[in-house]
Design a binder for this molecule. Structure first.
Ligand code: THU
Length: 130
């Protein structure tokens, strides 16, 4: 699967964003080991802190479909800057998708940066501490 193909799916998801408060649309496309793609977008709430980011929406949707192993996630927005996942999403991605997940980040023009999740969340907390 090419990064550009995943970007197209993330853009599809972005078009479904419910973001009347921030007006900042985000789309995510999560590729599982079987080649299936799970979409996510940000879904806001008038009680702002209840907002769910695009990345977590995609992860939860994938789990609901039974997917458990993942290769990559593409993330896009309408920003001039290449979007990077927020701290909360990095933590959730680490547990649900693992440190080797490829995080493919885009700006609105399609410029991209690719990082392994483990490089975006070093020294992460996990169940081994419990
Ligand atoms: N947002 C995401 O969906 N993903 C990110 O990685 C960063 C932020 C959303 C949350 C909120 O709806 C809007 O972008 C502005 O913060």
């Amino acid at each position: 699967m090419k990064n550009e193909q995943l970007l197209k799916k993330a853009e599809e998801a972005k078009n479904l964003s419910y973001s009347p408060y921030s007006k900042f649309r985000v789309g995510a496309a999560l590729l599982d080991e079987k080649g299936n793609i799970h979409l996510g977008t940000n879904i806001e709430n008038s009680s702002y802190s209840l907002t769910l980011c695009a990345e977590r929406t995609a992860v939860f949707e994938a789990y609901l479909k039974g997917a458990r192993k993942f290769r990559a996630i593409a993330i896009t927005s309408d920003s001039e800057k290449i979007i990077t996942p927020c701290g909360a999403c990095r933590q959730v991605l680490m547990e649900m998708c693992g440190p080797e997940l490829e995080v493919i980040m885009f700006d609105k023009h399609g410029n991209t940066q690719v990082e392994k999740l483990k490089s975006l969340l070093p020294l992460s907390f996990d169940e081994s501490f419990l």
